[in-house]
Design a protein around this ligand. Sequence first.
Ligand code: SAM
Length: 327
Amino acid sequence: MSTVSLQHPRPAGYTLRVSLLEQCQYDCPYCLPGSVSRYTPNQERLSSSEYARLAPLLLRAGVNRVRLTGGEPLLRTDVPRVVAAFRAGMPGVSLALTTNGQKLRPVIEALREAGLDDITVHVDSLKPERYRDLMGEGDVDDVLDTVVNARGVFNHVKMNMVVQRGKNDDELHDFLAFSARHHIEVRFIELMNTGSAVDYTRSVFFTGKQMVERIGQHTLVTRLPRRNPSDPAALYRTADGVTFGIIASDTEPFCTDCNRLRLTAKGLLRGCLYQSGGAPLGPALKAGATDAELLSMLRVAQSQKRSFHPLMTQAERVPFSMADAGG
Ligand code: SAM
């Protein structure tokens, strides 16, 4: 495959995923924030006032959804201020947060008041002991209780489960039962080989197709159209009317419809998870760049989005952790 950039039209609008920091208190074996080569020091991270400066420029560049992630975003105590900064500069844009949920409960109201619309909570098992084994720590009952409370506060609350063969693939049905009981949509995620946990990823890899087959052993499963072409989740419905999503980035890549941009904690703007480096938007802002200069960097980064992932073997692809790139 050629490494030449393939530029092509994208669905209207961009989704920006912002990694607020790389650190996480959890230790999921496929993500391993400990493998991040260097955590961005506080003073090099973007602050809430720097996000406030970027927000209107992002809007002008066509960003219409922002998702705050990491690392674990709620390890930063200023997340409500970050949300408020994006909300003020990007009124009308959809603002979401992905979290492991452990530190969510005390800030739910502050996040909502700051203007957060949607929340996604990552849970790999509903069984307390297994949850701690798979995620390194935490109390799943407390997290689930928080998720159910959050449902009454935000517009959409979803759950992400990363499916791992022999570890939690026997729980797909339990997640669907939870989803039916609490009206919280679940997205089953296929592992991506990020390069930071290759052996583990290989040994527990469970494909999106296998997930559908597994669920299909218990109920009739119908495929639904995607909500919009750039949505990474393929949607399905069970015979009981439970809608769920499957994100199969590896076996069913959706690069040509991908509209995601990623901003690392340091402010490097990337067009792809698998890209190293990136346009140094954050460092330029800290060095005093003008709005016009920042906007021009944004547009160049957008024009370089590709229609494929660089392969693991290609020189430009370096191993990365999702926590680093902003998963
Ligand atoms: N700390 C938050 C959390 O746990 O959701 C936000 C960051 S985490 C990197 C975001 C999502 O990326 C989680 O749902 C996580 O499971 C997923 N993720 C991390 N590494 C992955 C991998 N190698 N393959 C698939 N999903 C991965």
